[in-house]
Design a protein around this ligand. Structure first.
Ligand SMILES: Nc1ncnc2c1ncn2[C@@H]1O[C@H](COP(=O)(O)OP(=O)(O)OP(=O)(O)O)[C@@H](O)[C@H]1O
Length: 297
């Protein structure tokens, strides 16, 4: 279980993370989604006690991460696959971690095999590894202590399609056996195949969270008018939240009837009015990644 309560991180005047709260339950994979610079890494670093929060708190398995004795035996963490010592071989890296964790060194070899780093690759220095190989090594390291919780920051970066498939299967299996997974990504496609829950962050704030219903349910409506300024005013007057999607059109977070009524009330001539298509999460995510990010207030 991971519990994040009202976490905020400021760097001087800049707000990296603002009032972030969510929970990750045992038996689930939570996809932590957000465009570049959204605040995912900062949040994960705060959860793992690497960055002190300005305010708010985070617990893992009921206590702050730093209070967990020998944390690697309980929580597997991969925050930066490039941070490994480049002069050591993959095998040396894992054997050293095994020693630190008090895990049988034989498990290091098993894990390397499990993540797809066969003996020949494990004998090479990490400095010569591709990003995908480093990610695999980082995942092996995270799994080495047989933890109940996994916290992985963009683990799919650099993995080939087979690697991504392998990782999804591994995470699903981990959660199905009662583990808790928090997995970040800037790509919806990467997490939608495996996540049970989604937490979406943008500009340091949580903008959506929920289960897989977010992938399908959509009350959004696509609307285009002869005069887009008039339509924008009409939608605002009706209290409907809309975003431009080019060519004078808008996607509105409301059903077609509400949008049609708002336009009719203001005498706005519509050229198109239809369900926006795609799931609510996809719509939202597209709007977040297409538009320049709003500064957190
Ligand atoms: N040490 C720091 N000092 C100042 N600003 C920082 C620091 N670390 C992060 N930030 C800022 O905080 C914001 C959030 O960054 P963060 O790395 O958490 O985002 P992210 O969602 O992980 O992005 P990415 O996918 O690009 O890694 C960014 O604007 C970033 O520039």
């Amino acid at each position: 279980m991971i519990e994040v309560t009202d976490l905020t991180k400021r760097y001087g005047d800049a707000v990296a993370v603002q009032g972030v709260s969510f929970r990750c339950e045992p038996g689930t994979v939570t996809g932590f989604l957000g465009p570049n610079g959204a605040g995912k890494s900062t949040t994960m670093r705060m959860i793992c006690g690497l960055t002190p929060p300005t305010s708010g708190s985070a617990t893992v398995l009921g206590v702050p991460y730093r209070r967990i004795p020998n944390p690697g035996r309980h929580v597997g963490v991969l925050l930066d696959a490039s941070a490994q010592h480049s002069g050591r071989t993959g095998r040396e890296t894992l054997e050293l971690t095994a020693r630190t964790l008090g895990v049988d060194a034989a498990r290091a070899a098993q894990m390397l095999q499990r993540v797809g780093l066969p003996p020949a690759a494990a004998r090479r220095r990490v400095g010569g590894y591709s990003l995908g190989m480093r990610q695999r090594l980082g995942i092996a390291q995270a799994l080495l202590g047989d933890p109940r919780v996994l916290i992985l920051d963009e683990p799919a970066n650099g993995l080939d399609p087979e690697g991504i498939h392998w990782m999804r299967t591994m995470l699903r299996d981990f959660a199905d056996r009662g583990g808790t997974v928090l997995l970040s990504s800037h790509l919806l496609r990467e997490v939608e195949a495996v996540a049970d829950r989604f937490v979406v962050i943008a500009g340091g704030r949580i903008v959506a969270q929920g289960g897989r219903e977010l992938l399908t349910a959509s009350a959004a409506t696509f609307v285009r008018a002869l005069n887009s300024a008039e339509l924008e005013t009409a939608l605002a007057e009706a209290g409907l939240s809309a975003r431009h999607c080019g060519d004078g059109a808008f996607t509105v977070a409301a059903d077609a009837e509400a949008v049609g009524r708002a336009a009719a009330k203001a005498g706005v001539v519509l050229l198109e009015l239809r369900p926006a298509g795609g799931g609510a999460l996809e719509e939202l995510y597209l709007s977040l990644t297409a538009a320049p990010q709003e500064e957190p207030r």
